[in-house]
Design a protein around this ligand. Structure first.
Ligand code: A3P
Length: 295
């Protein structure tokens, strides 16, 4: 019989100054001592940047575009979430320890919290970044529907907390800039959600090259077709509908919500946008990292 999760919304705690879900923090020792393998492929993102999308692309590439093979299990089993730990569900580290190589691993950890064995083993990492405004909106609805997150309050409350880095995983700025800097020294493919929306095949080609795979135009076409927002919204193995409502309540907001660039325009007031832009300038000053907030 399936064990019912007994989790609840708890205030955030912190790991080395980074705001963290209490349940995840309780399992931190397992994450910190995680043993990466040289052939692990890590998919790293700040939450809501396109993790699930990229994970499905990567798994399809490994399986040479065979859609049936990627239907073998839900995305959170095929690509375990390293630091995930919620009562009643298998933790990321539990799923990963006995998984056969090559493993795909998902994480939202900022650079400074990534277990050091990933660096020591020179693991390949795909980092996906998405513009701060669309992430804010997506993260707000996600906090509402994922029942282990603190209640985000009103949109205005949440936006203030997000700007201050007082949300799970902390500052979006620190995250995207930290990984941007790290790419100079490690095997990191740094992708942008907006580029993936603009030209999926161009970006999938980059992933293919990074994974040292050559599958040909027809399979590339097939992968792009299978990983559109509409396809993934309808796919039970990618839309998270296999999780119980008391973990993820998709009646509040679907996981596959809108899947576009520029939805922030439907959410930000003019005043919020001005305030956000000012703060953004301050935080990104001097950085060579540039985002598009629409395409
Ligand atoms: P929205 O809430 O803006 O719709 P993550 O997987 O990192 O949690 O990111 C989730 C976001 O990516 C959601 O954004 C979701 O709709 C979007 N998304 C998921 N699959 C997608 C796809 N195939 N194409 C475009 N966007 C996708």
């Amino acid at each position: 019989e399936k064990e019912e999760p007994t989790s609840t919304r708890l205030p955030l705690t912190s790991i080395q100054g980074v705001p963290f879900l209490k349940y995840f923090a309780d399992n931190w020792k397992e994450v910190e001592s995680f043993q990466a393998r040289p052939d692990d492929l890590l998919i790293s993102t700040y939450p809501k940047a396109g993790t699930t999308w990229t994970s499905e692309i990567v798994d399809l590439i490994l399986n040479n575009g065979d859609v049936e093979k990627t239907k073998r299990d839900a995305i959170y089993i095929r690509v375990p979430f390293l630091e995930f730990a919620v009562p009643g569900l298998p933790s990321g580290t539990e799923l990963l320890v006995n998984a056969p190589s090559p493993r795909f691993i998902k994480t939202h950890l900022p650079v400074k919290l990534l277990p050091r064995t990933f660096w020591e083993n020179n693991c390949k990492i795909i980092y996906v970044a998405r513009n701060a405004k669309d992430v804010a909106v997506s993260y707000y609805y996600f906090n509402k529907m994922v029942m282990v997150h603190p209640d985000p309050g009103t949109w205005d409350d949440f936006l203030e907390n997000y700007m201050a880095g007082e949300v799970s995983y902390g500052s979006w700025y620190d995250h995207v800039k930290g990984w941007w800097e790290k790419r100079k020294y490690q095997r990191i493919l740094y992708l942008f959600y907006e580029d993936m929306k603009e030209d999926p095949k161009r970006e999938i080609r980059k992933v293919l090259q990074f994974m040292e795979k050559d599958l040909g135009e027809e399979i590339l076409e097939k992968i792009a077709h299978h990983t559109t927002f509409e396809k993934m919204k309808d796919n039970l193995m990618t839309n998270y509908k296999t999780l119980p409502n008391n973990v993820m309540n998709q009646e509040v907001s679907p996981f596959m919500r809108k899947g576009i660039a520029g939805d922030w325009k439907n959410q930000f007031t003019v005043a919020q946008n001005e305030r956000f832009d000012e703060d953004y300038e301050r935080n990104m000053a001097g950085s060579s990292l540039h985002f598009r907030t629409e395409i």
